[in-house]
Design a protein around this ligand. Sequence first.
Ligand code: 5GP
Ligand code: MN
Length: 377
Amino acid sequence: MGKIRIAVEGCAHGELDKIYSSIVDYEKRSNNKIDLLLICGDFQSIRCPADLDTLACPDKYKRMGDFRKYYTGAAKAYVPTIFIGGNHEASGYLWELYHGGWVAPDIYFLGHANSIIVNGIRICGISGIYAGYDYDLGYFEKQPFNQTNCRSVYHMRSLNVFKFKLITDCVDIMLSHDWPSNIWNFGNKNALLSSKPFFEQDMISGKLGNPALKEILDDIMPDYWFAAHLHTKFAAVYPHENSRKTKFLSLDKCLPKRDFLQIIQIDTPIDDTELNKKLKLEYDPKWIAILRCCSDLFSQEKSKLELPNISVFKEKVALELNALLFENHDFSIPENFQPTASPREEINKIYSNSQTEDFCKKFKLFNHINIGSVVNS
Ligand code: 5GP
Ligand code: MN
């Protein structure tokens, strides 16, 4: 058994320098080393001026932020960083990495939905927020994104929620941007209302939080769930039927004097002597099996997706997992970051990312992303 010390961040809003320097401060104060940073969305990975065109955000807030330095290598991530998408993202860039990948060295985007294994613990994440009118549709957004579809592409889709229900194994950590519906009932609701009185109306009408995330929470029952979006620190302990519990924590956005960072320590199955070595990131074979089974369900139509019977699919996934393990893959996630757009690019173009191509080729997945619309940089 070993331990991993994780820093969890709420919304990043492009403030990577401040987040990493807060981690340095914490390490100096506590004499503890942080192994991993998890960021719960609104990351804003803007590589170049053109990315501002597909940034889902009001014009007055559009600015480059710190990320470009990390993309070019001028700055280095202080700790390995994993993030999900929120509702303010560089949607064009992140679409290249629909299944996840490195947006910069040591900074891993989990994709629209994913499950990976870090030092033996399972970390899952789903990007985006809930908008009922887009929930059952395919990814109808055509590239290059405009100011409308760079937003809707970060509206969660039922197919990704379906994939999580197929995991059926223990999940250690789940990441989302918004909160599961009703989670606010399982923490200090009065304190929450005193800092955010305007939540009351939405609590009463049942609109505070995301019903799709509640389905995932009830289904996968993770040990920890981290979230952001509501710009306040809030902790809850959510009980499940079979005496399991989920420790929920939402954090604020990165602003002075706000509770935007929390340090937690988790036991890992990896031996303690390996602690000072590099973090070990692996694909989750179960997730790859799920992607294979769900590949034909992926749609780019603006019509309602009919999802199949879940029990039938659970059996399919079990068989596919056996086949996959028989193929003897190396499941370690390669450090294969490759820049696509030039950091000076001013025109919004479409790129096919070699990480997505390699991932699909390796695991024999059909690549639905950016094929047939490749523009070379
Ligand atoms: P963002 O930074 O993503 O634009 O917006 C987050 C802000 O919207 C936060 O200040 C949060 O309190 C507010 N917000 C997000 N979801 C809800 C909701 O369901 N109800 C209410 N009343 N406010 C929300
Ligand atoms: Mn948000």
